[in-house]
Design a protein around this ligand. Structure first.
Ligand SMILES: *[C@@H]1O[C@H](CO)[C@@H](O)[C@H](O)[C@H]1NC(C)=O
Ligand SMILES: *[C@@H]1O[C@H](CO)[C@@H](O)[C@H](O)[C@H]1NC(C)=O
Ligand SMILES: *[C@@H]1O[C@H](CO)[C@@H](O)[C@H](O)[C@H]1NC(C)=O
Ligand SMILES: *[C@@H]1O[C@H](CO)[C@@H](O)[C@H](O)[C@H]1NC(C)=O
Length: 245
């Protein structure tokens, strides 16, 4: 500002017009600065107040299921030997609990432009012949369950699972693929939730980690409901398992 006023000797003639020009220039510059500052504040406000769903959309690759994302804080109960419907040696209850986790149904997927032999729904089910697909969370849970079944294979009959009712060599191939699937998923999500160590008499090291920590989680029930509501209601596709071919 000062530099333009400093040039004012009088308000007349050539120099006056020049001064008017310079002060307009300065005001224009100041106005743009103000607009810029205000929009930055507004923009930051927008970022800080984006709804969970808006943030989820920003932080995820595209998925039609993103609309089902809800967040809630969950306090994990995960100490050594903590029992849950999913833990321990196989029983009718554990098998049912795990079965309900990975939905073995197929879903209408997205359109893909690339020329690949995508599996399409018959026009009797879908006039636009949508491609058949699934969602990674269910594939990852399937993988965890496959590894679990492999661990307990001497204690339960898992021969209905095609991945385990295969040659020894192929079973290892499937198991290894599932271990890689979970490694990729875990490193991808990079859970930063901290846990603490505490002293504990009677343990081998005299200490133990406290894994009963609070996590911010996507509501799995909400995702499951969405997936079930959008599944293909057709026996041929409902029976299809997530994996393997
Ligand atoms: C684990 O829990 C079971 C049943 O609650 C108990 O019988 C067993 O001794 C526990 N094992 C260890 C290592 O704490
Ligand atoms: C796929 O594309 C067709 C043709 O453009 C469209 O009619 C159909 O709704 C699309 N399907 C999905 C799942 O987006
Ligand atoms: C396991 O595989 C064998 C050989 O392919 C087949 O005959 C049998 O029916 C399968 N068992 C089950 C329970 O699917
Ligand atoms: C462990 O045992 C020692 C000696 O008996 C005792 O002083 C200490 O308080 C115990 N620590 C915990 C965490 O229980």
């Amino acid at each position: 500002m000062r530099f333009s006023y400093a040039r004012v000797p009088s308000m007349g003639g050539e120099r006056g017009r020049e001064t008017v020009f310079y002060s307009m220039y300065a005001y224009g510059w100041l106005a743009s600065l103000l607009i810029w500052i205000i929009s930055m504040i507004w923009y930051r406000g927008k970022i800080n107040t984006c709804s969970n769903i808006d943030c989820a959309v920003k932080l995820s690759v595209y998925s039609p299921m993103i609309e089902a994302v809800r967040y809630h804080d969950v306090h994990f109960e995960n100490s050594l030997n903590h029992s849950s419907p999913y833990s321990g040696f196989p029983t009718v209850e554990t098998e049912e609990a795990w079965d309900n986790l990975h939905i073995g149904i197929k879903l209408r997927a997205l359109n893909k432009s690339e020329e690949e032999p995508w599996k399409r729904l018959p026009s009797s089910i879908s006039p636009s012949q949508d491609i058949v697909g699934g969602f990674e969370v269910f594939h990852q849970l399937y993988c965890l369950d496959l590894i679990r079944q492999f661990v307990y294979r001497d204690y339960w009959d898992y021969s209905e699972n095609r991945a385990l009712n295969a040659t020894r060599e192929m079973v290892w191939v499937y198991i290894d693929q599932c271990i890689q699937t979970l490694r990729l998923a875990l490193t991808c999500h990079g859970d930063t939730t901290p846990y603490l160590m505490r002293y504990k008499n009677g343990t081998r090291t005299g200490e133990e980690p406290d894994f009963d920590t609070t996590h911010r989680c996507r509501d799995f029930d909400s995702l499951t409901r969405w997936a079930k509501a959008h599944s293909i209601r057709n026996p041929e596709f409902e029976e299809a398992k997530n994996h393997p071919a």
